[in-house]
Design a protein around this ligand. Structure first.
Ligand code: MOS
Length: 760
C-alpha cells in the first residue's frame, strides 16, 4: 500500500487507501447487472447475420425461410430495413462508420448483412442460420505488401496529433554518430476480448424516444451516435451502463450493433436485446491495427543520442479512418536534438481498427525500446545506462517542462528491486538447466489527459451523500475511487457516500478511455463535493436555528460526518470570529437539511480542464524489468519475473491502481509472446476467432509481478494530481521481454509475438 500523502487536507486519508472495490461483492455474487442481464419485460432477441466475403456486393439475399421460422418477428436486410438519416455520418474524429443494412455493399468479412429478430434467442439464432446471401465478390487486399500503393499520410496521428514532425537534422545526426542502428519492427493485430461480450437492449417509448442498456465505455458517445443515426434530439436518447465487464478500447467508440439493436426494436415495436457472440467480436467491434515501424538511431561513443527517426505504417479499412499513433512517445521520451517521426497508413479490406489499450504507445514503445536495446548492444553499453544517459529533463517535442516526472526514481527503484546490477550484459551467457536465462528492461510512458467533466453531489434527508456523474466503471474501480474522492473532500466516512454512474441522465463525463477517468471525472467529483461542503456550511451558519449560526464559514469544518466549529474540533480557543457561535457547537447533516425545508442540498459542477496544464507536458512514466527463461529444446519463452515502477501522480486507491498496472503488464506479456489475430489473406477473415485460437496469457504464463508506485506530487496535471494508470502498464513491457529474450539467447526478434518458431 502506498503511504498516505502528509499534505492531505484531512487526515486520516481516504484517498490513496487500498480499499476493496465497493462493487466487488455484487460482482462475485452475480448481483451486479450487466447490460444483457437487465430485466426488461417482453424483450425480443436479435441476432446479427454476417457476410461471407470481405469486399463486393450482395446480389441476392433470401429471407423467406428465415421469416417463416418459429417465433420470428422480422428479418431485416438492406432490402427492407428503414433508411436511417445519419447512418453514414461521421460525428467527430474518433467516430467509426457503422454498417446498418443501408446498402448492398460489403466492406469487410463478417460485416452485418441481416438481423433476425425473434421471441427467443434460440429462435433468432435458428432464423439467422436460414438467411442466404449471394455476392459479386472482389478479391480483398489484406496484406501490407499488396496494399503498398494505397499508402497515405492521415490528417492526424491518433485523434489530434500532427502525423509528421521533425526537429534538427536527422541525417546529419546519423552521419555524425559513432554507433547506429536502422531496423524494422512489426506488430500484429490484436483483439481486446473483454470477458463480457458487447450487448445492448433497446427500449423505445413511442417512435422518437429510446432507452438503451449498453455495454460501453462511453454512454454519452453512444447517446450522441444513436441520436445522430436516428435523427433524434440528444435528450430523447438515454443510455444506461451500470456495470461493464472490461473494455480495453473496443467498447470505446460506438460500432454497428447498438444501432442495429435499436433499429430492430423500432421496427418490431418491442424491446430488443442483442448480444454479440465471441466470434462476432473479431469483426464487429474493432481491433488494434498492424504496424510496421522503421527505427534509425544514432549515438556518439558515450551513448548520447544524436538522431532518431521513427516511421510508422499502420493499416486502416478502405472505407473509414483509424490512426494508430505509434511514434508519439518518440517525440519526447529521450533528449535528442534531431528527431523525425512520421505516421502513414495503408488501406485494406478489413474492419476498421479502433483504440486498443495504449493505442500507439503499446506498439510504438516496442519498436523504440527494442531499438535502444540494440543500440546499447552496438555501444557495448548497459541498456539502463543508455536510457539514463539520454534522460529528457523537458519535453523537447512540445518544448515544455514536465508537470512532474519520476522516471529516474522508477529506473532506480525497479532496477534495485530486480537486481539489475547482477545481470550479465553479454547475450547467451546464463544457462539454468534446460533454459537460457536473460533479462531486459524498457521505459514505459503514457500521456496524462484531463478532459472536461461534470458531477453533482447531494445531501439526502437521511444525512447520506449521493454523488452522481455519467461515467462508466469498466472494471477499473471507478465506483470505488469516486466514492473515496467525494468522502475525503466532504469530510465524511466512506460509508456515508454513495456514488452512482452509468446513466446519461447524470451530469456528462468523458469516455472511459485514454486513462483519464480518474483525472477528469475524479476532479469534477472532488469539486462537486467541495462545493456541497461549502453549501452545507453556508446553510448552517446562515440558519438562526443552527448551533453554528453566525460563525464565519471558515470557522466551521466537517469532521466524521458532522458540521463542527473549528474551535471545537481543534480543541483550541475561539478563533475570534462568529461570536454568536458557542464554542464546541456542532450540527448534524439530517437536522441541517430538515430545517432547510428542502428535499436536498445539491452542488452541481462543470469542471473544465485545469488551465495550468497547458504550460506543461503531462505524462506518466515507468520502468519495466523482466527476466525470461527460454527452453533450449522447444524455444518456448517463459517470463519468470517482472519488476516495474511507475510514477503516475497521486495514486487514488493503492489496490485498484496496482491491479490496473498488473493488468496492463499481463497484456504486455500477451503482446510479446502470445497474441496475434491472423487474418486470412484470401478472405480477409480473422482465422483466430475464439479464445482457443487467439492465445491470451493465462495463469501459468504470468509470474509474480512486482509493482512499485513511486510517490509523485503533481500540482499542475489536475486538482487531484492523479495521472491515470489504465494504460501505461502495457507500454514498454513487450520490448522489455524481447530485450530479455535477446539477452538470454542472442536472438533478436523484431516481429511480435515471439513464438517458438521464430527462435528455432
Ligand atoms: Mo482505452 S484503448 O483508451 O479504452
Amino acid at each position: 500500500m502506498s503511504r498516505a500523502n502528509p499534505n492531505e487536507e484531512r487526515a486520516p486519508s481516504i484517498v490513496g487507501a487500498g480499499i476493496d472495490r465497493l462493487d466487488a461483492r455484487l460482482k462475485v455474487s452475480g448481483k451486479a447487472e450487466y447490460a444483457a442481464e437487465v430485466p426488461v419485460a417482453n424483450v425480443a432477441h436479435a441476432v446479427i447475420v454476417t457476410s461471407a466475403i470481405a469486399r463486393g456486393r450482395i446480389t441476392r439475399i433470401e429471407i423467406s425461410e428465415a421469416q417463416a421460422a418459429p417465433g420470428v418477428l422480422v428479418v431485416l436486410t438492406h432490402e427492407n430495413a428503414p433508411k436511417l438519416p445519419g447512418a453514414t455520418r461521421r460525428d467527430g474524429p474518433v467516430d467509426a462508420l457503422p454498417q446498418l443494412l443501408q446498402s448492398d455493399e460489403v466492406s469487410y468479412n463478417a460485416q452485418p448483412i441481416a438481423v433476425a429478430v425473434a421471441d427467443s434467442l434460440e429462435h433468432a439464432r435458428a432464423a439467422a442460420e436460414l438467411v442466404r446471401a449471394e455476392y459479386a465478390e472482389t478479391a480483398p487486399v489484406v496484406e501490407f505488401a499488396a496494399a503498398r500503393d494505397s499508402l497515405y499520410v492521415p490528417k492526424t496521428a491518433g485523434p489530434q496529433a500532427q502525423p509528421i514532425t521533425s526537429r534538427g537534422d536527422v541525417d546529419g545526426g546519423l552521419r555524425a554518430a559513432s554507433a547506429r542502428v536502422s531496423l524494422t519492427y512489426t506488430t500484429p493485430s490484436h483483439h481486446h476480448n473483454p470477458m463480457e461480450p458487447h450487448a445492448s437492449i433497446a427500449v423505445w417509448q413511442g417512435n422518437d424516444r429510446v432507452t438503451i442498456y449498453d455495454a460501453t465505455q462511453g454512454i454519452f458517445g453512444v447517446r450522441k451516435k444513436i441520436a445522430s443515426v436516428f435523427g433524434l434530439p440528444l435528450e430523447n436518447v438515454r443510455v444506461i451502463s451500470r456495470y461493464v465487464g472490461g473494455g480495453f478500447g473496443c467498447k470505446g467508440a460506438h460500432r454497428s450493433h447498438t444501432a442495429l439493436c435499436a433499429l430492430a426494436a423500432r421496427v418490431t415495436g418491442r424491446p430488443v436485446k442483442l448480444v454479440l457472440t465471441r466470434q462476432q467480436m473479431f469483426s464487429l467491434v474493432g481491433h488494434r491495427p498492424r504496424t510496421e515501424q522503421r527505427l534509425a538511431l544514432g549515438a556518439d561513443a558515450s551513448g548520447k543520442l544524436l538522431a532518431i527517426r521513427h516511421e510508422v505504417v499502420s493499416d486502416t479499412s478502405r472505407f473509414d479512418e483509424f490512426s494508430e499513433p505509434s511514434a508519439l512517445q518518440t517525440r519526447m521520451l529521450y533528449a535528442c536534438d534531431n528527431v523525425h517521426t512520421a505516421h502513414r497508413q495503408l488501406r485494406v479490406d478489413l474492419p476498421t481498427p479502433t483504440f486498443t489499450r495504449a493505442p500507439g504507445e503499446a506498439s510504438g514503445t516496442f519498436a523504440l525500446e527494442s531499438a535502444l536495446d540494440e543500440l546499447a548492444h552496438e555501444l557495448r553499453m548497459d541498456p539502463l545506462a543508455l536510457r539514463v544517459k539520454n534522460y529528457a529533463s523537458r519535453d523537447m517535442g512540445q518544448d515544455k517542462p514536465w508537470s512532474s516526472k519520476s522516471l529516474l526514481s522508477c529506473y532506480e527503484r525497479a532496477a534495485q528491486q530486480f537486481g539489475w546490477d547482477k545481470r550479465e550484459n553479454a547475450p547467451r551467457a546464463t544457462r539454468r538447466g534446460r533454459y537460457w536465462i536473460g533479462s531486459g528492461m524498457a521505459t514505459a510512458t503514457y500521456p496524462a489527459h484531463q478532459w472536461p467533466a461534470s458531477a453533482v453531489a447531494r445531501l439526502r434527508p437521511d444525512g447520506s451523500i449521493l454523488v452522481q456523474a455519467g461515467s462508466q466503471d469498466i472494471g477499473t474501480g471507478t465506483y470505488t475511487i469516486m466514492t473515496q474522492i467525494a468522502a475525503e473532500a466532504l469530510g465524511v466516512p466512506l460509508e456515508r457516500v454513495r456514488f452512482e454512474l452509468g446513466d446519461t441522465s447524470f451530469p456528462e463525463t468523458p469516455v472511459s478511455g485514454g486513462s483519464q477517468t480518474a483525472a477528469s471525472t475524479g476532479s469534477a467529483v472532488r469539486r462537486a463535493a467541495l462545493d456541497l461542503r461549502q453549501l452545507m456550511i453556508a446553510t448552517a451558519v446562515g440558519d438562526p436555528r443552527s448551533p453554528l449560526h453566525g460563525l464565519a464559514p471558515g470557522a466551521v469544518d466537517i469532521r466524521d460526518g458532522e458540521l463542527v466549529s473549528r474551535a471545537a474540533s481543534s480543541g483550541a480557543a475561539s478563533s475570534g470570529t462568529g461570536s454568536n457561535g458557542p464554542r464546541g457547537a456542532s450540527d448534524s447533516f439530517v437536522e441541517l437539511l430538515r430545517r432547510s425545508g428542502k428535499p436536498e442540498l445539491a452542488a452541481r459542477v462543470d469542471n473544465p480542464e485545469k488551465p495550468e496544464r497547458k504550460q506543461y507536458s503531462t505524462h506518466s512514466f515507468g520502468a519495466q524489468f523482466v527476466e525470461v527463461a527460454v527452453d533450449d529444446l522447444t524455444r518456448e519463452v517463459r517470463v519468470t519475473r517482472v519488476v516495474s515502477a511507475f510514477g503516475a501522480g497521486k495514486i487514488l486507491n493503492a489496490k485498484t491502481a496496482r491491479s490496473q498496472l498488473i493488468g496492463g503488464i499481463v497484456w504486455g506479456i500477451g503482446f510479446a509472446l502470445h497474441e496475434h489475430t491472423a487474418w486470412d489473406p484470401r478472405t480477409g477473415r480473422a482465422v483466430t476467432r475464439d479464445l482457443a485460437d487467439y492465445h491470451v496469457p493465462v495463469h501459468a504464463d504470468v509470474p509474480d509481478i512486482d509493482v512499485i508506485m513511486v510517490p509523485e506530487e503533481d500540482a499542475f496535471v489536475n486538482d487531484l494530481g492523479a495521472k491515470g494508470v489504465g494504460e501505461i502498464g502495457i507500454t514498454g513491457i513487450n520490448a522489455a521481454i524481447a530485450n530479455a529474450v535477446f539477452n538470454a539467447t542472442g536472438q533478436r526478434i523484431r516481429d511480435l509475438p515471439i513464438t517458438p518458431d521464430k527462435l528455432l
